[in-house]
Structure formats: structure tokens, C-alpha cells
Ligand binder design. Structure first.
Ligand SMILES: Nc1ncnc2c1ncn2[C@@H]1O[C@H](COP(=O)(O)OP(=O)(O)OP(=O)(O)O)[C@@H](O)[C@H]1O
Ligand SMILES: [Mg+2]
Length: 343
């Protein structure tokens, strides 16, 4: 872990303007009962050479944040309310649809949460691969193209790559579609990878292969990766920093080791506590009590207050700021004692 972090720190020092920078982003969805504040004042960066994990319960705003990063939420009911997004110093929000088309898939590749949905059902895998290669590696001979497809599919664990290449997406399982989508994304050779739950549908053997590949790309090409996951094992294995999201807000952020070993926000602690014990000691699995708040009428105070066993009156009445703590960390909680960083 120390090596991972020092590599990322060196890379950051070399190229501060590279990578993804999201500042004060607000994305709302118009619903019959009013605007739903899915992403509310979110700021995060993914620097060159860095893998940043975005974690949080279902519905916390992870996918909306990542889609918005490439301006993919631009039609009703979703709307951009405020904020800024830059990729390698370029203002994403000021780009025309045509400019965005050239950024998506070239500078920035997105691996969607539903990989089957992102594969065109009318193309075989080979045709989909060829279409991507013709845009990103123009001039390849048919033989070279076939070699690329073989290498790409083998990399994600398909020894029977010819059968997979000849298949349509509906002839493959969900996990197989996920691996195909990964292989096609890797062939784009992007400057930024946004991967939304890339290992969720995979068995542990294939998951390890995919994580190894992501790490290899990150190290060899200084590839910045925004990795969305529910799995703290995945976070621990490959991420440098972790951003914890809840109900549209960032609640805590910091280096992976520091946050996982010494979480400061009660929500982060609850999330970590709810991971099943891998030595099988859990007679009763911990569940965070209650449910996330209604984002159409969010509470005035901390959005986690109703579920937090430490909450006091102030937590319910006043929204805490995201405050800087020691060790490159931030957290949004009134109860953290800044002198000791202890709740
Ligand atoms: N098209 C939409 N219309 C209305 N609300 C939406 C739409 N898309 C997302 N939302 C809302 O935005 C919020 C954030 O959703 P998002 O998909 O980002 O969650 P997530 O953190 O990715 O969850 P999961 O872990 O389940 O993938 C949720 O409350 C969701 O209901
Ligand atoms: Mg999601």
C-alpha cells in the first residue's frame, strides 16, 4: 500500500492539471413532488496516476456523479444546476455535443454499471470491437485487428475468445458482458477511466484478473481511474484514495489506509461495520438502522443524523461543513474533534 500511495503522490506532483476535477457539482432530477437533489455540492478530483474509489450505499449519487462527469446527464428529468468539471484542464461543461463525442471514448472512457445495456444488441462482440478499434486505432490491418481482439478478450479471462467474439450480447451472461465491455474499454487507450461497479458480477478468480489489469493500466500509463464500488475489498486492493458518499453529499475522503483503518465519520464506520466478517465470526450481520432520507425534502441538518447513534440536536438542525482533518482527509460531521480527529 505504501508503494501505491507514493507512486500516486509522485505522479500528482508531476502533473497537477491532469485528470478529472469536479467542483461544487449539483445535479437534480425534476420529479412530480419537486427537484430530487441527487448530487449536492460534490467536489472530487482524480489526478494522473491515481485510483480514487467512490463508495456509498445504493442511491447515494455515485453513478449520477460519474455520468455527470462526462456530461451524460443533460436531458430531462436530470439537470445540471451548478458547478464545474474539467478533464485535463478542458472545461467539459462548455463543450458542444460534437466535442463531447470526441472526448467520450478517447480522452475518457466510461464503463457503465449495466454493461449489457452499453453493448449494441445488433453487433457481435467482434463487430463492436472492430468499430471501437477503427475509431481509436485507425489503420490496423484485418490481421492486426484480430490479434487485438484475441489479446483483449484473453486479458479478461476468455480462453474461448473466438466463440465470444462471434456471439451477440444476449448470448453471453451478465458477467461475460461486463468482461467484454472492459476489454473494449481497454482497447480505447483512454486518458481517464470511469468504471461503475466493474467487478460486481464477476466471480473471485475473474475479479482478481480484472483488478490486476486495472492496476497494471494505472501503473504503466499513469491512468487516472474513478472506481465506483460497494466492495471495500476492491477499495483496499487497488485504490489510493476513497471518497464516501451518502444522500448526495460527500461525507468523508482520504487515503485508503487512513480511512479504512481509522474512519472518522459515523457513516463510514457504519459502512465498514456492515461488511461481513471474512473469518465468519458474524452470528448477526450488522445493518445500518433506518433508510436514507428523501432527497426531494432533505433534512436541514446532517443527512445521516436520523440513522446516526451519536447524533445530537445540532446534527439535526445544522448542515455540517466538509472540514479538513489531518493526513489529507476531510469529513462532514459536527462531532469530530479537530484537535484529535476523533468523534
Ligand atoms: N432518471 C432519474 N430520474 C429520477 N431520479 C433519478 C434518476 N436517476 C437517478 N435518480 C436518483 O438519483 C439518486 C442517485 O442515484 P445513483 O444512480 O447515482 O445512485 P448510486 O449511488 O449509483 O446507487 P447504486 O449503488 O444502487 O448504483 C437516487 O435517489 C436515484 O433515485
Ligand atoms: Mg450506481
Amino acid at each position: 500500500m505504501a508503494n501505491k500511495q507514493s507512486t500516486a503522490q509522485t505522479n500528482q506532483a508531476e502533473s497537477n492539471s491532469s485528470g478529472l476535477e469536479i467542483s461544487n457539482l449539483k445535479i437534480w432530477f425534476d420529479t412530480p413532488s419537486g427537484p430530487l437533489r441527487a448530487v449536492d455540492n460534490v467536489s472530487l478530483s482524480v489526478n494522473k496516476g491515481e485510483i480514487v474509489a467512490l463508495v456509498g450505499e445504493s442511491g447515494s449519487g455515485k453513478s449520477v456523479t460519474s455520468l455527470a462527469a462526462l456530461k451524460l446527464i443533460n436531458t430531462p428529468p436530470g439537470r445540471f444546476v451548478s458547478g464545474s468539471i474539467t478533464l485535463n484542464g478542458q472545461n467539459i461543461l462548455a463543450m458542444t455535443e460534437q466535442e463531447l463525442e470526441s472526448v467520450r471514448g478517447t480522452s475518457a472512457a466510461m464503463l457503465f454499471q449495466n454493461p449489457r445495456g452499453s453493448l449494441d444488441p445488433s453487433f457481435t462482440i467482434q463487430e463492436a470491437f472492430q468499430e471501437t478499434l477503427s475509431r481509436h486505432q485507425p489503420g490496423l490491418s484485418p490481421k492486426e485487428c484480430r490479434e487485438y481482439i484475441e489479446t483483449g478478450l484473453r486479458q479478461v479471462g476468455f480462453n474461448d475468445w473466438e466463440r465470444v467474439a462471434a456471439s451477440y450480447p444476449h448470448q453471453l451472461s451478465g458477467g461475460m458482458c461486463q468482461r467484454v465491455a472492459l476489454a473494449i474499454t481497454f482497447a480505447c487507450n483512454p486518458d481517464l477511466l470511469i468504471a461503475d461497479e466493474p467487478t460486481t458480477a464477476l466471480d473471485v478468480g475473474i475479479q482478481a484478473k480484472v483488478l490486476f489489469l486495472l492496476r497494471k493500466l494505472n501503473i504503466e500509463h499513469d491512468l487516472p481511474i474513478l472506481l465506483i464500488t460497494h466492495d471495500f475489498g476492491v477499495v483496499r486492493a487497488i485504490a489510493h484514495r476513497v471518497v464516501v458518499m451518502y444522500a448526495g453529499h460527500i461525507q468523508e475522503e482520504g487515503p485508503v489506509d487512513a480511512v479504512l483503518c481509522n474512519p472518522q465519520h459515523p457513516y463510514t464506520r457504519s459502512l465498514i461495520k456492515s461488511v461481513p466478517d471474512d473469518v465468519g465470526n458474524d452470528d448477526v450481520l450488522y445493518q445500518i438502522p433506518g433508510t436514507p432520507p428523501d432527497l426531494v425534502n432533505p433534512p436541514a441538518g446532517c443527512r445521516f443524523a436520523d440513522r446516526c447513534e451519536l447524533a445530537v440536536k445540532r446534527c439535526r438542525e445544522e448542515l455540517p461543513e466538509l472540514r479538513a482533518l489531518a493526513e489529507d482527509r476531510t469529513a462532514r460531521c459536527h462531532l469530530i474533534d479537530l484537535s484529535e480527529n476523533k468523534v
